[in-house]
Design a protein around this ligand. Structure first.
Ligand SMILES: *Cc1c(COP(=O)(O)O)cnc(C)c1O
Length: 364
């Protein structure tokens, strides 16, 4: 059964990205190591940062492994991390911090609100022991896009460490990593770069990496150790996901061919606006009223229909589209992603399929 994924990663990739995996590549020779180095360089250039100030570390596993690598190997006994939460991925950072016995404080707002800089400022004023802030950029739980600018100012003014989970945003929206003073930005192979799942990557400020080299609590997720090995000649510690690396290398070329991050952002934004406008015409309300991001949208179950998610899901799947169930803790939603190799024509087609469902559901 052939269908398009309207999910925020894994997502629909191009044929050429899948084709790049049809090789069983060795890992020891120069050619493979060069591919790794090219990927690392290209990620720095996408972020607009210099090789002198930043580096990229690739890490086996899904995106969460990258977040956990940063939290478990870059925070020391003197650190106290303030975690801004407005969804499940923020809460995941809290779970990881708890598991690794980090000193942390949680600042949580509702899932349809963004963390406010004024609140963060107040927390910082009342607690001078805080040394770091961690937050999610695009909270994929709801699709809300958190604002980094104002919080970044507080990070700078208070000389804090800034950790950003930009999993579902990096590559799909311009992020001025250096100007925002981000020390560790984490994303993964299967989100806006449009590769397949299997590794995460961290853009890291070199001076912080060096300063924090001895803090690792695990061997496999030791970010510094991985960096040290990779930095020599592009060799991964432990077995690298060769097919995924080849696919990602190809995906980066395709991002470049599309015109870079800004052009991709415009495509995603166009998809997202079209989706929300057409869904509104069919009577579907978005969960997020303000700060909706361009990547994924949560829609409330429509009250006027005899709505059943399973029936809806299977109707869409039979007609060529797969979506996500909701993840909001307080209301029933489903989510539609519009990232990946997806264009306005796909959105038009999807909405036609949804319209057919509403006609049937209206009768019953
Ligand atoms: C996808 C995602 C992650 C990582 O999830 P994995 O399932 O481990 O890949 C983390 N944070 C956000 C915001 C995400 O969208």
């Amino acid at each position: 059964m052939d269908y398009k994924l309207l999910t925020p990663g894994p997502l629909t990739t191009t044929k050429s990205v899948k084709q790049a995996m049809m090789v069983d590549h060795c890992t020891w020779d120069q050619e493979y190591k060069t591919i790794t180095q090219e990927i690392r360089q290209e990620l720095l250039s996408l972020a607009g940062v210099s090789d002198a100030e930043y580096t990229t570390i690739l890490m086996q596993g899904s995106g969460s492994f990258g977040v956990e690598a940063v939290l478990s190997s870059m925070l020391g006994p003197e650190d106290h991390i303030l975690i801004c939460v407005n969804g499940a991925y923020g809460r995941r950072i809290v779970s990881m911090s708890e598991r690794h016995n980090l000193t942390y404080t949680v600042y949580e707002v509702a899932e349809d609100e963004i963390p406010r800089a004024a609140d963060v400022a107040e927390i910082l004023e009342n607690d001078s022991s805080i040394t770091a802030i961690a937050m999610v950029h695009s909270e994929t739980t709801s699709g809300i896009l958190n604002e980094l600018d104002e919080i970044a100012k507080l990070v700078k003014d208070n000389e804090l460490l800034f950790i950003v989970d930009a999993m579902s945003s990096f590559g799909g929206i311009p992020i001025d990593v250096s100007a925002l003073s981000i020390d560790f930005l984490i994303s993964s192979s299967n989100k806006c770069i449009q590769g397949v799942p299997g590794f995460s990557f961290t853009l890291a400020k070199r001076d912080q990496l060096e300063k924090r080299r001895d803090f690792a609590r695990t061997v496999s997720l030791d970010l510094y150790d991985q960096y040290e090995t990779m930095e020599k000649d592009g060799k991964w510690r432990f077995t690298s996901p060769t097919h995924i690396v080849l696919a990602f290398h190809q995906a980066l070329k395709e991002l470049d061919k599309e015109g870079g991050i800004y052009q991709r952002y415009v495509r995603y934004l166009t998809n997202n606006r079209l989706l929300r406008q057409k869904m509104a015409e069919l009577g579907f309300q978005p969960f997020i009223k303000q700060h909706q991001g361009p990547f994924i949208t949560s829609f409330l179950y429509p009250e006027q229909l005899a709505f059943d998610f399973d029936t809806f899901y299977h109707h869409l799947k039979q007609n060529g589209f797969v979506i996500y169930p909701g993840k909001i803790s307080t209301v029933d939603c489903f989510r539609i992603g519009n990232i990946g190799d997806i264009y306005p024509a796909d959105i038009d087609q999807l909405v036609e399929v949804i319209e057919k469902y509403t006609e049937v559901a209206n009768v019953s």
